[in-house]
Design a protein around this ligand. Structure first.
Ligand SMILES: C[N+](C)(C)CCCC[C@H](N)C(=O)O
Length: 288
């Protein structure tokens, strides 16, 4: 099984992540808390209350973990294509796979990465939603002291299954939308590249950026539900399940609730995925 794809996926995931984390914090807060009037208000309040550091809450952990998850995504995607089309990454420019194969491989990668992502994403969301300013003497400490403490507290209170809260919503969110992700990327690359040629860096950046936006647009409704299920019982009311969360969120807040965080998600998705695909393609090219 070719391993370079996993390594390239790891490095490119880490690069994309740092760039996108501040957007991600604003997104999670807008989706799960009702105290902000919009993106700018959330940014201003976060900055005033918690300084620039507030935007990077919960990042150290994803940088290690999400990078691993990205490695699973790209590694499984590429190896699934190898199984489906019997072509390696290098051969695929000359013999491009069909969009159906790209979609199936993307969904497979999406499904498997969702399973690895679930506990990491849960911890990230819980830490991002702690709005207390950094420890001041005399102030009440936040519930979780850091990622390890957060994981340990959830494990102690709810057992291993607690760490997979919201995993079902996450899998539903990621399986089809990562199929869309790779199809969009491939389609855009092919539009701007002569047959058999390698796409230019500019093309890869634009195709990667739009692949990110398209898949996030499709993923946002379930992303809201996922984040809420992960917070259920803490700052959020408890839900009877995924459907209950959908119905009661829509009843209380209207259908618009399913698009919360869409603007910020798209603004984040472009740079993150442009950089992810560019570094991924470059690494693989330089390793020959
Ligand atoms: C499928 N869905 C849109 C949910 C995620 C796409 C993931 C791509 C990238 N790791 C990012 O964080 O933007």
């Amino acid at each position: 099984m070719p391993a370079e794809e996993f390594v390239a996926g790891w490095i490119s995931g880490a690069l994309g992540l740092v760039l996108g984390h501040p957007f991600d914090t604003v997104k999670v807060r807008l989706q799960t808390q009702t105290t902000y009037r919009g993106i700018v208000d959330c940014m201003v309040k976060t900055y005033r209350h918690e300084s620039l550091l507030g935007f990077f809450k919960g990042m150290s952990f994803p940088i290690a973990s999400i990078a691993v998850v990205n490695s699973v995504l790209f590694g499984v995607y590429s190896n699934a294509l190898l199984v489906l089309t019997a072509t390696s990454h290098q051969e695929r420019r000359a013999q491009p796979p069909s969009y159906t194969h790209v979609f199936i491989a993307g969904c497979t990668g999406g499904f498997l990465q969702a399973y690895c992502l679930a506990p990491f994403d849960l911890i990230k969301v819980r830490l991002q939603n702690q709005t207390e300013p950094r420890a001041k003497p005399g102030s009440r400490p936040p519930q979780y002291r850091g990622p390890v403490h957060c994981a340990a507290s959830i494990f102690q209170a709810e057992g291993p299954r607690g760490l997979f809260r919201g995993a079902w919503a996450l899998t539903l969110r990621d399986t089809p939308t990562l199929g869309i992700y790779f199809v969009t990327y491939e389609w855009l690359c092919r539009q701007f590249t002569l047959d058999g040629q390698t796409p230019s860096s500019g093309t890869v950046l634009v195709a990667g950026g739009f692949a990110g936006i398209t898949s996030w647009v499709a993923a946002t409704p379930l992303d809201v539900i996922k984040s809420r299920m992960q917070m259920a019982g803490l700052k959020q009311r408890a839900y009877g399940g995924l459907l209950d969360c959908m119905v009661s969120s829509a009843r209380q807040e209207g259908l618009g609730v399913f698009f919360r965080g869409l603007t910020i998600n798209s603004a984040r998705a472009f740079p993150v995925n442009a950089v992810t695909f560019l570094s991924y393609e470059h690494l693989l090219l330089s390793w020959g």
